[in-house]
Design a protein around this ligand. Structure first.
Ligand code: ATP
Ligand code: ZN
Length: 283
């Protein structure tokens, strides 16, 4: 069967995590900084290393069958691709920022103003939604300095912690779009058996990331209470300890409200709780 081609970012914020995800799926490949294409040794896949902006277009045209890219880049490129799997990394928000002392207090105040951004398509959609007419000044980088230079009244850029905004005398003002990395595919790729296998592996890696393997000790008398708390897990493994009347419980718990769950288990008599990462969960 013909190899599939997957496009990932060559360097930048998504590169490392994209490479790591593919490696965690058991794919064996060389990752030289200089190579633009590499063949996976143990799977029918070639990896193309591209600028993220080019990935949606390559996938839409079928030059690459698959791609890993931020949702913001897909929206900005306006091409049609299949959304196959959210990947849980590269999370960020496209926000509008204004100078700290700006008179712009609400979205309506952007009427007639100039906004600098590298994301003119997404920003225009946001402005249209709010029925605002504003001038979009498209610049390709260092958008945060535009207001200071008198180029714009506001900016629209990606923010994760807000540190860059702050150090340039700006404050976040309105959220335009949330984004995370996503696996995309060209039209008609969903049924491809190589993709189905890859997708199954990706999902097992993602599931494992959301869960932890937990071993705890508990007195036998408290066991019913503990197993009650662990409902949702098919059946925890219970192993007798050398000390009479005690058992070890092995189980898997999900990462959401992790500390609440651990504290409730402790309150119910769990001791010596050991938490371990899980590599893969195959259903
Ligand atoms: P390229 O050279 O490939 O064009 P770039 O400079 O356009 O790279 P990066 O800064 O590497 O892009 O960001 C790539 C993607 O990572 C963004 O499109 C976005 O989806 C996500 N991203 C950007 N900034 C952050 C951030 N601060 N935190 C998390 N994810 C981010
Ligand atoms: Zn880019």
């Amino acid at each position: 069967m013909k190899n599939l081609k997957i496009a990932i970012q060559k360097s930048g914020r998504l590169n490392e995590k994209s490479v790591q995800l593919l490696k965690n799926c058991g794919l064996d490949f060389e990752n030289y900084k200089s190579s633009l294409i590499t063949t996976v040794n143990n799977f029918s896949l070639e990896i193309l290393f591209l600028r993220d902006d080019d990935i949606p277009g390559y996938v839409a045209q079928g030059i690459a069958d698959l791609g890993i890219v931020g949702e913001n880049v897909i929206d900005e490129s306006r091409v049609t691709v299949e959304y196959l799997q959210r990947l849980g990394f590269g999370k960020c928000t496209l926000k509008i920022g204004v100078p700290k002392d700006s008179a712009i207090k609400k979205v309506d105040d952007l009427q007639g103003k100039a906004i600098a951004t590298s994301y003119p398509v997404i920003l225009q959609e946001f402005l249209d939604e709010h029925k605002i007419q504003a001038t979009i000044r498209e610049i390709s980088g260092s958008v945060e300095i535009a207001p200071g230079l008198g180029l714009s009244d506001a900016i629209c850029d990606i923010v994760s912690t807000g540190g860059t905004l702050k150090s340039n005398g700006l404050k976040p003002f309105a959220d335009v779009r949330k984004s995370e990395a996503i696996l995309i595919g060209s039209k008609g790729i969903e049924e491809n058996p190589i993709l189905c296998e890859l997708l199954q592996r990706i999902q097992s890696v993602l599931r494992a990331k959301e869960t932890k393997y937990v071993v705890l000790n508990v007195e036998k008398t408290n066991l019913p209470q503990i197993t009650e708390l662990l409902h949702g897990v098919k059946s925890p493994t219970v192993v007798p300890l050398a000390e009479e009347g005690w058992v070890a419980v092995h189980t898997v718990i999900t990462e959401d409200d992790f500390w609440d769950k651990i504290n409730t288990l402790k309150a119910a008599g769990a001791q010596g709780i050991v938490v371990m990462p899980i590599e893969k969960i195959i259903l």
